[in-house]
Design a binder for this molecule. Structure first.
Ligand code: DQA
Length: 154
């Protein structure tokens, strides 16, 4: 079965408490449930992890090479700073979707640049928790185009 790795970066463990006017009131466990439901509907497996540490995210991305068909990542603040995460994605060369809860292009200028988008197949930004649903569906759609995931019958 097709497997997709979903990574959440720093401070996303605080969803629900953290700036709810920007990031919404949904907690990370509830967001993860939404992601699992989307995966089930699409007929793919997901592993979901969160880390506040850049190096840990890099290690997980490196290890994803043999084990996953795609990566959906919200690298949070590291999106705008981490050449290490960008380089890890380029190194493993698996289709990656850059996901954000908020619309990073409508926010402060320092959030406008995404190092992840530069090595991703695309970006979903601004739809709250639904960004992850769309991001996962986009990854599956991309893999279907490459015939990694069979089309549903009927
Ligand atoms: C974020 C946007 C980033 O700029 C910010 O640092 C985050 C969350 C988002 O999902 O909207 O932590 O990635």
């Amino acid at each position: 079965m097709v497997r997709i790795l979903v990574l959440h970066g720093p401070n996303l463990n605080l969803l629900g408490l953290r700036e709810p006017d920007v990031y919404g009131s949904l907690t990370l466990p509830l967001l993860d449930e939404m992601i699992r439901a989307t995966a089930k509907e699409a007929g793919v497996e997901v592993d979901i992890r969160q880390s506040n540490a850049e190096g840990e995210l890099v290690t997980w991305i490196q290890a994803s090479r043999e084990r996953y068909d795609a990566l959906v990542i919200n690298a949070a603040a590291y999106t705008h700073t981490s050449i290490a995460i960008r380089d890890a994605i380029a190194a493993v060369d698996i289709p990656t979707v850059d996901v954000h809860l908020s619309n990073i292009h409508r926010r402060e200028p320092f959030r406008h640049r995404s190092y992840i988008a530069q090595v991703a197949i695309g970006q979903v930004s601004g739809f709250g928790a639904h960004s992850y649903v769309l991001g996962l569906q986009a990854a599956v759609h991309y893999l279907r185009g490459r015939k990694v995931v069979p089309q549903p019958t009927a």
